[in-house]
Ligand binder design. Structure first.
Ligand code: GDP
Length: 223
């Protein structure tokens, strides 16, 4: 189509309305770390969601992306904090809890045992805990520690959201295969698994929406 001047007229295509962010972060603060069973932890009755996964699974990258801060989870990687359970207050409304990464090869059996006790102690008898986001590397089979974690969550009866991290590293065909295999191994439905990439941003809003839903559900209404 031409305008009288002979120039082609651009057809105006209305921009797709941006989806509202399911989790807008207005306030974020590091509250402190729990270093040993029975030690200090924040005194609060705000709901908590904990993030769990083996070391190097991409937990820090995912947390940074979730809260849209480049170095938010860096505190959990500072010396002295890597073996702690780190608590972050969000919007004065809930707590994000960063569990220490497990399965680090160079850690002794004794230290791994202490890790297990610390995490299990935190997860059990925690009236504030609304759910656990369990991270799995999209490229790998779940480890024995991952499967132990799923058993523990089922035993405690806490809702689990499953995230497949680093999904950008798989081809379209591999994605489908890995999704089916991981869901089967972990005993969850495929549509319970959120595929995420800290590189492309895929999955961030889905995870944010799932967290918002989890936090909005009173504990006694969880199925
Ligand atoms: P953490 O130990 O679980 O906190 O893992 P990090 O977030 O530190 O990530 C471990 C490594 O994986 C780093 O080299 C990251 O750059 C990389 N990584 C994390 N997430 C992704 C992702 O979604 N895609 C890709 N390709 N690499 C990732």
């Amino acid at each position: 189509m031409s305008e009288p001047g002979g120039k082609a007229r651009q057809l105006a295509v209305p921009a797709a309305p941006a989806r509202p962010d399911p989790l807008v972060i207005r306030h974020l603060e590091f509250l402190g770390g729990l270093a040993a069973t029975g030690g200090w932890r924040p005194e609060t009755s705000l709901p908590e969601v904990a993030f769990s996964g083996r070391s190097n699974v991409g937990k820090s990258s995912l947390l940074n992306q979730l809260v849209r801060r480049k170095a938010f989870a860096r505190v959990s990687k500072t010396p002295g904090r890597t073996r702690e359970i780190n608590f972050f207050g969000v919007n004065h409304a809930f707590l994000l809890v960063d569990l220490p990464g497990y399965g680090y090869a160079r850690v002794s059996k004794e230290r791994q045992g202490a890790w297990g006790d610390l995490i299990e102690g935190y997860l059990r008898d925690n009236a504030n805990l609304r759910g656990v986001v369990q991270l799995l590397d999209a490229r790998h089979e779940p480890t024995a520690d991952d499967l132990r974690m799923f058993d523990l969550l089922a035993d405690i009866g806490v809702p689990a959201l499953v995230v497949m991290t680093k999904i950008d590293k798989l081809t379209a065909r591999q994605r489908g295969q890995q999704l089916t295999a991981l869901a089967l191994r972990c005993g969850v439905e495929e549509d319970q698994v959120i595929t995420c990439s800290a590189v492309t941003g895929e999955g961030r809003d889905d995870l944010a929406a799932s967290l918002a839903a989890l936090l909005a559900t009173p504990p006694d209404e969880e199925g």
